[in-house]
Design a protein around this ligand. Structure first.
Ligand code: ADP
Length: 478
């Protein structure tokens, strides 16, 4: 009989090794209690997640065929501190209650297990409380289950083998699950890193695209003035013709071939001296037209220059090569200087600009040159986008926030900006669509530069605008 038990035990061990689920392992063990050892009832309890021995709950049971019994056993919770279990915690993890030894604790445990005689063995763990308990036994009512509960040496060995095999199987499953969780975590991390890398790649592609777009726009913008600069001189040069003249060396008189003496009369009609022949270039075009062409050349040349300056500024800013030279700036004199600069650059254009009368000096720590550049740009734009008779108002106030700031406002009653483009105008090369705006010239870099310079100061630039009513640009600097 013992040999049969051992053969079945080794079969069970093989089965346990193939199971990848703790519940299934305990079910197999419970089944073995009934069909391998021929006990009437068997129940398996497993530690709670806390694993501190405070609670062991029933995971599998068999032989409790009465519905009330089965409900009771299902709800059974044991603690690892039960006095009756104390011997099961000691090596070899085994307790036997035959019902005859009269132990009150043992009997109380038996009542809860619904067994009159039973074995309990602990599923051993290297350190701490056991992983769980298996109980197997009989009730007196069912006399047909005749396997005795006898704690002899052989049974002890059999049970302690079964206990350690079960514990090993459970540990293996747990390690396997932990490994699986690790792998899932690793998979997640790999997926996350892959996503990050792909985002970085997208950003790099975007940067390349933006750079290409920038170059395309710069070349396009440069081409327009360059076309004038190349083509206008061609038209001007066409207006020059070469004519033949005769010159008298002794009296310095000059005669064109179409007016009087020529090859046929080789002497000077004034002094009779010898005439020599020369080729001369003369302008045969319309002077007003030339004047207009020269004006266009000058205008396009200046446009090209400011474009190149803007592009250089922008690329220096983007490359982080611009540094602020912070000094105490007195706003009053700075505004005077701006007034003079604008008056000399655009004759008459500044007439519609109202500058503030500062009641007391306003001073701030800023880069004077950059601040002037910002304000010139905003006022220049306001002049550009406001028709004749329009009004531009520049004002300077203290900010209303907690942090002390100075707010410069440039307000105009010009063409305004469509609501959907209010943010975009601060991007490089962005100009409000429509030929009426393009007619004003400019490359669309001014505001992008203003924003970068303002933000370098720790400030911000904003705009409020209504189409056809006007715009208000605010620059708030600490
Ligand atoms: P630019 O003036 O050289 O085109 P900016 O960057 O200074 O470039 O301005 C970008 C665009 O924003 C302008 O082309 C214009 O469409 C719009 N804009 C700027 N300032 C004003 C303003 N005061 N009123 C109306 N539109 C403006």
């Amino acid at each position: 009989a013992q040999q049969r038990v051992y053969v079945r035990l080794s079969e069970l061990a093989r089965t346990l090794n193939t199971l990848l689920d703790v519940e299934k392992i305990l079910h197999a063990v419970v089944e073995f209690g009934l069909y391998g050892f021929s006990y009437e009832r068997c129940v398996a309890l497993l530690e709670d997640a806390a694993g501190d021995g405070a609670a062991y709950r029933v995971v599998a049971f068999d032989g409790y065929y009465d519905e009330a019994d089965s409900r009771r056993i299902e709800a059974l919770v044991l603690t690892g501190f039960e006095p009756a279990l104390a011997p099961a915690l000691a090596d070899p993890g085994f307790v036997c209650h035959s019902g005859e030894n009269g132990d009150a604790d043992g009997q109380a445990l038996g009542e809860r297990l619904q067994l009159d005689e039973y074995f309990v063995f602990a599923l051993p763990r290297k350190v701490g409380r056991p992983l769980g308990f298996i109980a197997a036994g009989n009730t007196r009512a069912q006399a047909r289950y005749q396997t005795e509960v006898v704690a002899d040496g052989e049974m002890r060995v059999a049970f302690s083998n079964l206990a350690s095999q079960t514990a090993t199987a459970i540990n293996q499953v747990r390690s396997y699950r932990a490994l699986e969780r690790e792998r899932e975590l690793l998979d997640q991390m790999v997926a996350e890193r892959t996503r990050e890398l792909s985002d970085a790649l997208d950003a790099a592609h975007e940067a390349v695209r933006v750079k290409a777009e920038f170059l395309a726009k710069v070349s396009h913008e440069l081409r327009t003035p360059l076309n004038s600069i190349v083509n206008v001189p061609v038209a001007l040069l066409d207006d020059y013709a070469e004519i033949q003249v005769f010159r008298c060396a002794p009296c310095d008189a000059e005669f064109r071939s179409d007016e009087g003496p020529g090859a046929e009369t080789p002497t000077c009609p004034e002094c009779g001296g010898p005439l020599t022949e020369e080729l001369r270039r003369v302008c045969v075009g319309d002077q007003d037209e030339h004047f207009r062409f020269l004006g266009l050349l000058q205008q396009q040349g200046n446009h090209l220059l400011s474009l190149v300056e803007d592009v250089l500024d922008m690329s220096r800013l983007e490359a982080g090569r611009v540094e602020l030279n912070l000094t105490e700036v007195d706003v009053g004199p700075l505004l005077d200087e701006i007034r003079v600069t604008l008056a000399s650059a655009k004759q008459g254009a500044d007439r519609c600009v109202n500058y503030p009368e500062l009641a007391e000096p306003v001073r701030l720590l800023a880069d004077r040159v950059k601040l002037k550049q910002i304000l010139l740009n905003l006022i220049g734009n306001a002049i550009k986008f406001t028709g004749p008779g329009g009004e531009i108002r520049v004002s300077v106030e203290r900010g209303t926030g907690v942090r002390p700031t100075v707010v410069f406002t440039v307000a105009d009653d010009g063409i305004g900006i469509p609501e959907d483009q209010v943010e975009a105008i601060f991007e490089s090369f962005h100009q409000v669509d429509g030929s009426h705006t393009r007619a004003f010239g400019g490359a669309g870099l001014g505001l992008a530069i203003c924003r970068q310079l303002t933000e370098m100061h720790g400030g911000r630039i904003t705009v409020a605008s209504r189409l056809h009513e006007g715009s208000r640009f605010y620059v708030e600097l600490p």
